[in-house]
Design a protein around this ligand. Structure first.
Ligand SMILES: Nc1nc2c(c(=O)[nH]1)N(C=O)[C@@H](CNc1ccc(C(=O)N[C@@H](CCC(=O)O)C(=O)O)cc1)CN2
Length: 443
């Protein structure tokens, strides 16, 4: 028989109310034993006293009963909404253990919901992301995924592939020598081409969904003492990085997290780019360059009161990046050209003059690059790998068509399997373990 599990579903610590959730065949009997009263009507809250095995009252609170299959997990479930004190929760946990229930591990409730078909793997991931969401953009993306946006997309592709596969298999079973190429082109070529296009477009999204989930990376780069750390502090509105007038003060990468336009942003200050004085600084410069390379957007910072040529900095910037002409308080309005597609911002990180204009521009840039589109975005490396694998098999299927249906059918079948791995239709035990172990206890 399946274990019956319980867990604190609300956050641990003192709180107004704590929610303890039960799932499994003993949920109903445990509720009866704790309350010593008739079970509440399904999904309706009832005020009850909760007793331990000696009959002593632990607390009074709300009891809820969710009979299978109409529950979050699809099993019999119950909820105890009690006073949120650590001793209350501890005493209830001991009473539940005495009734043969066991404490749940991370993600166990959601895993049971998945196993009972209440949600697919992408929806479970969306639920985990919703719990982790700290910004509005993350919340909106996670909610869409939790309510089936990616599931619908991947299941839709799978359905189309199944009819393509049926056409190819029909061709294998009943070959019609005369018009095989025609038949195949009608039944498979065009739909395959359309799907290849759709999967490629889904992948070619500048990693938008992953950026929303993990953070949009902005790197500050420039010569030593150009004012990168001062700018980081000005944008973070706190003294996150050490600022001195000694060139080479920042040796490693310093990160701050910001929210711009409702999206998470990781702003990284890096070591100044110059011939390093020692091995530690050299490593700092190497890390600075690597960070600049990987960032979604670069802010090239220059000191216009001292620097005479920005050529070296220009080389590191790409269209869409910004050139910061810093220290206008010392130099006045600077006269430097910026590379093609790079926006220049004269400002003073110390006085704050011009910083608001940069902030407004950054906010627009992040919004433009990360805002939701009509089609849902893939949000994890797992999705990217699965869709890439499906696309590779579809491309192989398309190429194989010219040589008859057999190989094309095999490759189409493999593409279907790749999509089924994404939604969790085919059990991939290690993938399930990886997904559900990221959940908190009680979810
Ligand atoms: N107190 C409490 N609040 C909560 C949850 C919970 O478990 N308990 N949730 C937990 O995540 C979220 C709500 N999600 C839920 C999802 C499905 C069902 C559920 O019972 N589904 C049944 C019946 C649906 C119906 O009555 O229409 C089903 O799908 O069959 C309950 C909560 C957020 N708030």
């Amino acid at each position: 028989m399946t274990d019956t599990i319980f867990a604190l579903a609300s956050a641990p610590g003192r709180a107004g109310v704590a929610v303890i959730r039960l799932s499994g065949p003993l949920a109903g009997p445990a509720l009866d034993a704790l309350t010593q009263r008739p079970r509440p009507a399904p999904r309706a809250a009832a005020l009850r006293r909760f007793h331990d095995d000696s009959g002593a009252v632990i607390d009074s609170g709300l009891a809820l009963w969710f009979p299978a299959p109409a529950s979050f997990t699809g099993e019999d479930c119950a909820e105890l909404q009690v006073h949120g004190g650590p001793a209350v929760i501890e005493a209830l946990a001991r009473a539940l253990e005495a009734l043969d229930l066991r404490a749940a591990g991370p993600g166990e409730f959601t895993r049971r919901a998945f196993e009972h078909g209440k949600l697919d793997l992408t929806e479970a991931e969306g639920l985990a992301d919703l719990i982790d969401a700290e910004t509005e953009g993350q919340r909106a993306q996670a909610l869409a995924q939790m309510t089936g946006a990616l599931r619908a997309l991947y299941e839709g592709w799978r359905t189309q592939l199944i009819s393509i596969l049926a056409a190819l298999e029909g061709e294998i079973d009943f070959p019609d020598e005369d018009d095989v190429p025609d038949h195949l082109s009608e039944a498979a070529t065009e739909p395959l081409d359309a799907l290849i296009k759709a999967l490629a477009a889904h992948l070619d999204d500048a990693r938008r969904g992953e950026r929303v989930r993990e953070g949009f990376a902005i790197a500050l780069i420039g010569a030593p003492n150009a004012g990168k750390s001062s700018l980081l502090n000005a944008l973070a509105r706190r003294e996150a990085a050490i600022v001195t007038d000694i060139p080479g003060t920042t040796r490693d990468v310093v990160e701050v997290r910001l929210v711009l336009a409702g999206f998470p942003v990781i702003l990284a200050d890096t070591a100044g780019l110059r011939e390093a004085a020692d091995r530690v600084e050299a490593e700092g410069v190497r890390r600075a360059l690597a960070r600049a390379e990987d960032a979604d957007l670069r802010l090239g910072v220059s000191d216009v009161s001292r620097e005479t040529s920005l050529d070296a900095l220009h080389e590191r910037l790409r269209p869409g990046d910004a050139l910061i002409l810093n220290k206008t308080d010392l130099a006045g309005a600077p006269d430097f050209a910026s590379p093609e597609g790079v926006t220049a911002f004269p400002l003073s990180a110390t006085t704050g003059e011009g910083v608001a204009a940069l902030e407004a521009w950054l906010e627009t840039a992040v919004r433009q690059r990360l805002s939701a589109r009509e089609a849902p975005a893939l949000s994890r490396a797992r999705h990217r790998q699965g869709v890439t694998r499906a696309l590779d098999h579809l491309t192989a299927a398309r190429e194989a068509l010219a040589r008859g249906p057999e190989l094309a059918a095999l490759e189409t079948h493999l593409a279907i399997r790749a999509l089924e791995g994404l939604t969790g239709r085919v059990d991939v035990e290690d993938v399930l373990d990886a997904v559900f172990s990221q959940f908190c206890i009680g979810k």
